[in-house]
Design a protein around this ligand. Structure first.
Ligand code: AMP
Ligand code: DBH
Length: 542
């Protein structure tokens, strides 16, 4: 098994400790501390469950013992694919307690993504919900096990069918291992996959706990706060910015919403007195539309965070008047760096920037394409390094060579400007992915799938501006033989075992792709020129 590591050079690690960013806490040690300080405080509300900190810790311990009794060994990686249910937290704290390594998959992921995670992480376990949103994950688990037989242990939250149910884990007399070393990798997070398949992001206890502890401070969370996880909780934003972990670290209550829709989330806000939640821009627009007519009392909500994709200033301006709460823009990435507007910032900063970094330890460079700093206030490529930004992906030399500079800066792929006060304004990006309502889709990955269709000679996938999604995906396809229908091509993509959000929103057939006199243009230039010509043609038709 490839060892997991995330290593900062010694002088950096020493400085991050000395500055008090890294405090040698682990997931298990902080939960134990909260359970001791606030044993009766309700920590987690999800579905029918209301668990106190003491109950959450006890459940995590039982799960830890059960998973080890089942045959998993400390250090084994376990793909976790659970929706927003209370068990998500019991399971991941259980994994941490057993020194097992969660690999976080989203509920939308399907066979292609899960087998990729399982193979790349060399996972031995896979934990799913029986079903969610009309999809049976036990069927998927069976397929995963057939394709990756090394995944020997499947555990199901709910009715297990052919697999072990979480409630029926063995209760053998197993010793739990000592706590992890805080500089060890605690879990693998998933990158949005800007080029090709998602990369695995090893995060340590030290670095990740710093990011959400500091985030909880920025968001002024206390034991009186109530955080609503509306987005899928495996995503880095609701997980850590400050997310469910930041909330629990601060002794706040976490409420898990099975769906981010106003119909489901609004009654929960009213019932639980939710004080803070986070959304992607399209959902924020839906909430703004639904709030004026709702009969549910939303007055407990103090902060609405919006991030994952650019929230336009004109929409941002409506948050305070319509919802009566403070907007916080959040610009982050699973690789590390997270920026926030601060709660007491002037309204103009809140509505027109994507915030500033969490930490004084965050180093930010804004460089032109030849690697020189741009003049202050101008747009350039964002690079960053700091106490919670990774130095390497797991087992991916190619991506590591592309994504990190020799002195350890992460190339985010984002193009930003910095204001005089140090706030970042996202202008766009240098990489060819589609940010569809906060879900990042790699153009390359989708092109590869399209090329497998017999009626496709060549394909280029680009993002187009979309009023609701922010960006939608459009596949330009050169057909061969019998030209497929756009709807048929999309339907075929749905059978490929990919997350549904990756199916192109639009398919446009073209006769040929432009080449220059010198020969082939790069895929990047090709995508840019297809996008430009399509938008010009659409404009001309208006
Ligand atoms: P991921 O790789 O899935 O973790 O996605 C991180 C990327 O999402 C960032 O590098 C940005 O491109 C994008 N992103 C996140 N938050 C924002 C935001 N508030 N505004 C614009 N882009 C964002
Ligand atoms: O989009 C993201 O990945 C993201 C957005 C906001 C993120 O990882 C985060 C905050 O931590």
């Amino acid at each position: 098994m490839k060892p997991l590591s995330q290593v900062w050079p010694d002088e950096f690690a020493a400085r991050y400790r000395e500055k008090g960013y890294w405090r040698s806490e682990t997931f298990s040690s902080f939960l134990r501390a909260r359970a001791a300080e606030l044993p009766e405080h309700v920590a987690v509300v999800g579905g029918e469950h209301r668990w106190t900190f003491a109950e959450l810790e006890a459940r995590a311990e039982n799960i830890a013992r059960g998973l080890l009794a089942l045959g998993l060994k400390p250090g084994d990686r376990v793909v976790v694919q659970l929706p927003n249910i209370a068990e998500f937290l019991a399971v991941v704290f259980g994994l941490f307690r057993a020194r097992l390594i969660p690999v976080y998959a989203l509920p939308a992921h399907r066979i292609v993504e899960i087998t990729h995670f399982a193979r790349t992480a060399e996972a031995r376990g896979y934990i799913v919900a029986a079903s969610h949103d009309g999809f049976d994950y036990r069927t998927l688990a069976g397929e995963v096990q057939r394709e990756v037989p090394e995944v020997t242990h499947i555990v199901v939250v709910g009715e297990g069918g052919p697999f072990t149910s979480l409630d029926a884990l063995p209760t053998g007399d197993v010793d739990l291992p000592p706590d992890a070393d805080p500089s060890e990798v605690a879990f693998l997070q998933i990158s949005g996959g800007s080029t090709g398949l998602s990369k695995l992001i090893p995060r340590t206890h030290d670095d990740y706990i710093y990011s959400f502890r500091a985030s909880a401070e920025i968001c002024k969370l206390t034991s009186e706060s109530v955080y609503l996880a509306a987005l899928p909780v495996a995503h880095n934003f609701p997980m850590s910015s400050p997310g469910v972990f930041g909330a629990l670290h601060a002794g706040s209550r976490v409420v898990l919403s099975p769906s981010p829709s106003p119909e489901v989330a609004f009654p929960l806000i009213a019932r639980e007195g939710v004080t803070i939640t986070g959304l992607v821009p399209p959902l924020a627009l839906l909430w703004l539309q639904a709030a004026p007519a709702t009969t549910h009392d939303l007055s407990s909500l103090q902060v609405l965070q919006v991030g994952g994709a650019k929230f336009l200033t004109e929409s941002a301006r409506r948050v305070k008047p319509v919802l009566g709460c403070t907007l916080q823009q959040v610009f982050g990435m699973a690789e590390g760096l997270v920026n926030y507007t601060r709660l007491d910032d002037e309204e103009e900063i809140i509505v027109s920037t994507q915030g500033r970094p969490i930490s004084e330890g965050d180093e930010v460079l804004i460089l032109d394409d030849s690697g020189h700093p741009v003049p202050e206030g101008e747009a350039g490529n964002l690079l960053t390094r700091g106490p919670y930004t990774i130095r390497a992906y797991h087992n991916n030399d190619g991506a590591n060579a592309r994504s990190f500079t020799p002195d350890g800066f992460y190339r985010t792929g984002d193009v930003v400007k910095r204001t005089q006060d140090g706030y970042l304004v996202v202008q766009g990006r240098a990489t060819d992915h589609i940010n569809r309502a906060g879900e990042k889709i790699s153009a390359e990955e989708i092109e590869d799938h399209l090329l497998a269709h017999p009626g496709v000679f060549d394909a280029a996938v680009v993002s187009l501006p979309d009023e609701f999604l922010g960006e939608r995906s459009c596949a330009f396809v050169i057909p061969q033989g019998e030209k497929p229908k756009a709807a048929a091509l999309k339907a075929w993509m749905r059978t490929r075992g990919l997350a549904d959000f990756k199916v192109p929103d639009q398919v446009v057939f073209v006769d040929a792709f432009e080449t220059t006199a010198v020969g082939k243009v790069s895929r990047k230039e090709l995508r840019a020129s297809l996008r430009r010509r399509f938008l010009e043609a659409a404009e001309a038709e208006k």
